[in-house]
Design a protein around this ligand. Structure first.
Ligand code: ADP
Ligand code: MG
Length: 276
């Protein structure tokens, strides 16, 4: 249980969802690619009702971890369970109904219309009772990602930030219990960064599980219930923002001196690099 970010827009969201459960559990997870050990001995839970932020330097293994936790990438050691079953034992369609993934490179080369891209998020639900909610799911996703004014544009003709929000809308339209977002804010302006994180928090508070890779440590601190710090292919720490984002740990992970600033006593940390 931890405090909420102090922004008025999130003030109405309850602190934690009534019921939390571990939906994905990784134990002793290891990933080898091209004969190199990329991830070693990662043990963590992805819980409904919360936002888990993954942070760490470039090349630390965040995207690889997201891939293994989401079942998109094979692992070589340990286990990843979705509920009580190994994630690699699920059929692709069943996985697509349980979790959605926003990949880091959302490159679509075919000039689809934005509305077509968002509608792709509904594909796993064709011929299910949930299919009836298609229009509503798409409309809500478009609204949340702030892309309503773009629906008749071609994806290939959008800016990086617009593309990122369209890709997010597709993931939201999928309406899965677990949502993986790999650097969803990287191309976004300040307001849209906050919007995406507020939407992530609202999803979590509605009972979903959100795992999000972020580079902005202050953004992670403001919105995540827990932060996992990945360094050199290992989970260096996991806990509340205040537990994980200490000056000592951040300094060691990034090789850069930082100052941790608390706008008010006990509030979530703001991480500032030390500059001359
Ligand atoms: P991050 O997302 O933290 O920046 P990644 O998970 O993308 O890091 O990559 C972690 C490490 O794995 C890096 O050293 C990267 O070069 C390596 N890596 C990523 N993808 C592959 C691949 N397909 N084959 C071999 N090595 C890879
Ligand atoms: Mg990455």
């Amino acid at each position: 249980m931890s405090d909420l970010p102090g922004t008025p827009a999130t003030g109405s969201i309850p602190a934690v969802a009534a019921e939390q459960r571990a939906v994905i559990t990784a134990r002793g997870l290891g990933v080898v690619r091209d004969g190199r050990q990329i991830l070693s001995d990662v043990t963590l839970e992805v819980r409904t009702g919360e936002v888990l932020a993954l942070v760490g330097p470039n090349g630390a293994g965040k995207t690889t971890l997201l891939g293994a936790l989401s079942g998109e990438l094979d692992y070589s050691a340990g286990t990843v369970l979705l509920d009580d079953k190994r994630i690699d034992d699920y059929r692709p369609l069943d996985l697509a109904r349980r979790r959605a993934v926003l990949n880091q490179a959302n490159d679509v080369s075919f000039p689809f219309l934005v509305r077509e891209i968002v509608a792709m998020g509904r594909n796993p639900w064709v011929r299910t009772p949930q299919f009836a909610a298609d229009d509503e799911a798409i409309a809500e996703a478009v609204r949340t990602a702030d892309v309503a004014h773009l629906v008749d544009r071609r994806f290939t003709a959008l800016s990086g930030g617009e593309r990122a929000r369209v890709a997010l809308a597709r993931v939201l339209a999928q309406r899965t219990e677990v949502v993986f977002l790999d650097e969803p804010t990287a191309a976004l302006d300040l307001r849209h960064q906050e919007d995406v994180m507020r939407a992530s928090l609202a999803l979590a508070r509605a009972g979903r599980a959100v795992v999000v890779v972020l580079h902005d440590l202050s953004l992670a601190a403001a919105y995540a219930d827990r932060v996992g710090m990945i360094t050199g292919g290992t989970l260096a720490a996991i806990g509340t923002p205040n537990e994980v984002l200490t000056a000592e740990r951040v300094g060691r992970a990034y090789g850069l001196g930082v100052r941790i600033y608390h706008p008010t006593p006990g509030s979530r940390p703001v991480i500032l690099p030390l500059r001359d």
